[in-house]
Structures are given as C-alpha cells and as structure tokens.
Design a protein around this ligand. Sequence first.
Ligand SMILES: Nc1nc2c(ncn2[C@@H]2O[C@H](COP(=O)(O)OP(=O)(O)OP(=O)(O)O)[C@@H](O)[C@H]2O)c(=O)[nH]1
Length: 605
Amino acid sequence: MSDQSLIRNFSIIAHIDHGKSTLADRILEMTQTVASRDMREQLLDSMELERERGITIKSQAVRVFYEAKDGQTYQLHLIDTPGHVDFTYEVSRSLNACEGALLVVDASQGVEAQTVANTYLAVEAGLELIPCLNKIDLPGAEPERVAGEVAELIGEDPESILIISGKTGQGVREVLEQLVERVPPPGGDRSAPARALIFDSEFDQYRGVVAYIRVVDGVFRKGEPIVAMATGSEADIDDIGFFTPAMTPVQELSAGEVGYLITGIKDVTKLRVGDTLTNKRRPAEEALPGYREVKPMVFCGLFPINNDDYADFRDALEKLSLNDAALAWEPETSDALGFGFRCGFLGLLHMDIVRERLEREYDLELMATMPSVSFEVTLTNGEIVEVHNPSDMPDPARIQEIREPYIRASVLLPKEYVGVVMELCQERRGEHAGMHYLSAERVQLHYDLPLAEIVLDFFDQLKSRTRGYASLDYELLGLRPSNLAKLDVLLAGDPVDALSMVVHKDKAYEIGRNLTEKLRKKIPRQQFDVPIQAAIGSAIVARETVKAYRKDVTAKCYGGDISRKRKLLERQKEGKKRMKQVGRIEVPQEAFLAVLELGDDRPNK
Ligand SMILES: Nc1nc2c(ncn2[C@@H]2O[C@H](COP(=O)(O)OP(=O)(O)OP(=O)(O)O)[C@@H](O)[C@H]2O)c(=O)[nH]1
C-alpha cells in the first residue's frame, strides 16, 4: 500500500491551445513514465478525432513517480481535463478528484475565457493553484503583461508565477517541485467504509465500462462487490488498477489513489460521471457531493441521406452512446426527410463531434436539420410539456407560455472590440449583465442570452467580428419565459415539417421573408405556380412564388431522335431521386438546408 503522504493529485487547467497536453507530455517524459522511444506528441489525447482537432475531449488519469529534491519519491496522479465549454461538467468532476491544479496560460496570448472559467471551478473545488506562463520560448511572449493578468485573476504576486515552456522543457522541473511542496497530500480515511468518485468513464468493446475513479475513503479490492450510490447499479470488481498511461492492474486502490475499475457493466449510463462507488458489504452512509444528471440542451434531427442506411445508423448511435452518457436520441419521422433520429447534445461542439464520428467511424452520410434548443411549454390546461423539435410545438391556441433556456455568456476581449460585441449580443436578444477590466487592455463582458440565439452561428460571428481576439465561455442560467412562436413554411399550401422553426415574435417577419426568399431560389419550377409561405398559426408573415415552368425538355428533339429523347428523360429521372416529394411539389434536398444559411444574411462587420 502506498504512503498517502507521498501522493499528489493534480490537474492541468488551461484555455484551449494554451499547451496543456504538451506540458503533460513533458511531465511524462521527465518522470520517465514513457520511454522516449515510445513518446509521441500528445500521448494523452488518444481518440483519433482528438489528435486531429488537437483538442482534449475525455479526461485521462496517469500515475507518475517523481524523485524530488528532498530525496523522496512522490506518486503523482495527473488528471487531464477537457478545456471546452460543452464539457464543463467533466472538468468540474475531474477537479474534484484533485488537491491541486497547474493553471497554464499562454504567455503570448494571455488570460482567456476558459482560463477564467476553469480557475473559478478550481477555486470552488478548493484546489491549490500553481500558475504557469507557458510558451515562453515564443518570440511573441509577453510574460510581464500576462503575469499581470494572471495575478489579477487569482490575487497573487506576479513574481511568484512560474515561467515555462512545455515545448523545450524549460521550467518544468520547477513545476514538479512546486507541486510536491505546495499541493497537500490527499486526506481521507483508509479504515472508513470505501468511497470513490467516478470522474470519468469510457467504454471498451471487450471489457465494458472502464470507470475512472478517485478513492476518497477506504480500500477497493479486486473481486469485491460494489454499488453505485446514485444509480443503484451493482457489480463485482473484475479488475482494478492505474494508468501509466497503459492500464496496470493491481490488487487494490486505497484512499487518495486514482485509477480505473472494471466490472463488466456494459452501459455507461449505469456508472455515471459524478456518482459515488461504495462497498456493498460495508456501504458508506453518505455519497460524495455533487452528482448531477447532465441534460442535453441542443437538439437536431439527423437523417441518413440514403434511406437504406437507417438500420446502420441506429446501430452506430447505440454504439456511440455506450461511450457517451450525455448523447440522447429518439426516432424521428419527417414527412420531408423520412426516418431518422432526433439527437440531443450538451452543446455545439459536442454535436459536431458526434456527427463527425458517425460519418467517419461508421461511414454514414447524414443530413442534419437546423439545431434548436429544448423549450418548456405551459398549455392552457395547465399541463407542462418539453419540446425538443419545433414541429412538435403545440397549436398556438393551446399555449399559455413558452420558456427557453438562457445562458450567462462571459466574453474576454481586447477593449477596442467592446462596441462590436455589444452590438452582436444586442442583435441576439442579449441583456447586458456587467463589464470588468482584467487589465488596461482586456475586458470581460457579461451578457444574458437565449441559448437559441447562440446555437446557430454566434461563436463564428464573435470570432469574425473581433478578428479572432474574443473568447467565449457560458453557463446555463435556467429557463425564462419568452415571446416565441412556431414559424411554419407552406409549399403550395402544405406545411413542411422539416422547415419549421421556433422564433422570437419580433423577428418572425424578417426571418420569414429571408427564408421564403432563400427557398424560392432553391425550388425548381414546376408545371404550376408554387406559393411559398411563412406562417405563424394562420397568419401569413411572408410569401414568395416560384413561377410555373413552361418549357418541355423534349420539345427540341422534334420526335425524331429517339435515343436522345430517352437519354433526356433518363437524366430527369436520376435528378428526381434526389428530390423529396412534399405534397405535389418536388423539393431538392438542399432546400432543407436553406434555414441553415439564414445566419449568412446577418451583417458581418
Ligand atoms: N512554442 C511553443 N509551442 C507550444 C508550447 N506548448 C504547446 N505549444 C503548441 O501549442 C499548441 C497547442 O498545444 P496543446 O498542448 O495541444 O494545447 P492544449 O491546451 O492541450 O489544447 P486542448 O487539448 O485543446 O485544450 C500545439 O501546437 C503545441 O505544439 C510551448 O511551450 N512553446
């Protein structure tokens, strides 16, 4: 059993791209955890997609041994955390498994939105913070300015901030020294009933769920029966161990240690992040604090382009959810797009990642409808319903109130862009909630915004209007009543479900006009005039017409050249396959994407 006083558990927290994974690599190398010939860049980012995008999605936990200047060998557990807003919950769970955190800030960039958000999470979790200015080797590094921003953020002396380079290794040994000196060893009672926090989990095809755990009290031994206190799942421990980063089995893990546990449970929702494990024979009385169900906030319909892929698509979703407890999905049928699934995600990045994994790992071609949020509706009879799909919005006459999710956005930016960002937030129904100078140059701006207004292209707009200098973080505030309505699109009088959207009433006219105009350009002429209407309930807010098509494609052939005629008809038939029949009208697939382009018309300054 390892000496508890020689254990140190820590995380590295940073804004995206500030060099967290590179620093982790250096630490593994310096402690000879990984032989240098096995060293690859960003060893901890194991998923293919993570490597390619250069972002960390899942947390990892590695044990390293470090011989400090005091002659003692310390057992360090490095718990990697994802840096993106969608995964805040995973970050806060990982931080709860630690006593300390390295706060890494890019010395050429400075404090960014996730630096602030993650620092607050770390302070909330009571962690000892060790601030480091990274990328000091870059010619553009401005250690003095950035040290000032970091000092302001955490209330520490700028002199005490470490200056390092994860790339060259400069200063990294000092980081490890500070870690063993300043971060306290884990508390916890080894003789108490066993308790462990699940701070992450992943699915292994052969072994089932691998739970990443931090043992808080007592001892977990191979073969013992365990219970997950929130979900009630029970199982025996098949295997227990730690990461080096390869899995290394041991007989037991005791209070203060970090590692993995495998039970043969095949379903990630049974061993959820944030749950507490205890021994079934001698259970703990109280669970560890902070278990929360994660709820998907952003929804979109996904439809296979080829209808024959439906069964494969379902299989792929089933497999993917084994690894991703936050992914929700249910079958959806659209008159226009056929059979598919309505999927729920934590946020936009999560949605992108899932879609990309489905297309890449499962070889599916998918079409996505416009993302929307989850609304809560009170009906006139008092009943409350949750609506994940605009086309399920009840009839306006039955609706008493619609509530939509709001977020508190925190934008960090150079002060010269404050004006354009405020304008953007105002356009998106934002309410100003405060402003704060981090230094003479950098400002933190707070706005309360409807989530629906940011799911489409807010982030892109923010980046382009500030030339990439602003960073965004947000937290959910809850639901607020809004003056919303469902906007329907009718083609020749028939409503098209896949084109419905929920909009703010003040914007309905503008959006309706834009949308009908876009559709007019995408819908081919037919034998008759096709009216395109945008409507709220029975009120038409916008109308366009696709004029009738008069030309006969075969007219030019004079009935003489039969093979040419056949070819033309053949080609027409091909074209039809990619069309969807909506009432009497054939609509090309791309028309369904017209809604996605609505954001393009917004002023782009
Ligand atoms: N010059 C220089 N470049 C660095 C240093 N540390 C990291 N980088 C580079 O900065 C980029 C981002 O580094 P990562 O380690 O992937 O950043 P990260 O914080 O792990 O990013 P996420 O996983 O997305 O949160 C990579 O191109 C690194 O090579 C450094 O000390 N000096």
